[in-house]
Design a protein around this ligand. Structure first.
Ligand code: HPA
Length: 276
């Protein structure tokens, strides 16, 4: 049985060979796209596609609305690796599998990670259709991907500071370009059920603005590997108990993703242009 580091080394060896074949450098930015946001990949210049199943040890997404490839190319001349979909904890994988693709990027030497997601608004200050920038998160998944011997081999430090989980510098540069950005606290839950009205009140009460089923574990994995993280949430609905939230469905979430794909493209491009 190979160790985590040995598996990461094998994945990265394979990815590096493919990059070399395409004369593509180690990406400066990795992007993990949330539900219904795949069309962003069409903005990549000199795009080529790597099926995730072709890379040893990597796991391809299966949930509807998530692609199964890494799309590589340039955004405003910045080399990017864009995951057209992600793995969620609610699919039943162990947490190390959920964050493996992010860890591969860290091991490869990618310095910047953008995590996009679909999320529910926990109060009327964040409205469906709005794209928000994460300033912090609350991990309510009941798990932490940094637990355990194997995970600890990926950093010198056992205890990881999360004071700058979502890069202050990166957000500041983005704000200078786009003062309209709205910053939120993201509550990370396992799903796959949406929130009850009581949970919505509870989450808003403890300081969260939006709720979702991804992102926080990927951020933990990335911070352990010293990456800069930016998080973007497209608000696809109000959480249970607010307005017409009784009608929340994955289908509705995907439709909102498609409807606001252009706005996400504009903001993501700005985000990539002002990375470190
Ligand atoms: N709750 C949790 N995750 C979500 C939601 C929600 O309302 N909408 C999209 N992802």
């Amino acid at each position: 049985m190979l160790s985590l580091k040995e598996r990461l080394a094998e994945s990265c060896k394979c990815l590096t060979k493919i990059f070399e074949e395409h004369k593509f450098p180690i990406p400066k930015v990795a992007v993990m796209l949330g539900s219904g946001s795949q069309s962003f990949v069409t903005t990549l210049d000199q795009r080529f596609s790597i099926p995730i199943k072709d890379i040893p040890h990597m796991v391809a997404p299966k949930v509807e609305g998530h692609g199964t490839s890494i799309e590589c190319g340039y955004v405003s001349r910045v080399p990017c690796a864009v995951f057209a979909g992600r793995i969620h904890y609610y699919e039943g994988y162990d947490i190390a599998t959920v964050v493996y693709n992010v860890r591969t990027m860290g091991y490869l030497g990618v310095k910047n990670l953008v995590l996009t997601n679909a999320a529910g608004g926990l109060h009327t200050g964040v409205k469906p259709g709005q794209i928000t920038v994460l300033k912090d998160h609350i991990n309510l998944m009941g798990v932490n991907c940094l637990i355990g011997e194997e995970a600890s081999t990926l950093s010198k430090e056992r205890f990881i500071s999360l004071e700058d989980a979502y890069s202050w510098d990166w957000r500041t540069r983005l704000y200078q370009r786009n003062p309209n950005i709205f910053q939120v606290v993201y509550a990370g839950l396992t799903g796959p059920s949406y929130e009850t009205a009581a949970e919505t009140r509870y989450l808003a009460g403890i300081g969260a603005d939006v709720a979702g089923m991804s992102t926080v574990q990927e951020t933990l994995a990335a911070k352990q590997m010293d990456m800069n993280v930016m998080g973007l949430s497209l608000i696809t609905n109000y959480c249970g108990g607010i307005g017409e939230a009784g009608k929340i469905s994955h289908d509705g979430v995907l439709k909102m993703g498609l409807k606001h794909a252009e706005d996400l493209k504009v903001l993501l491009t700005q985000v990539i242009e002002c990375c470190e």
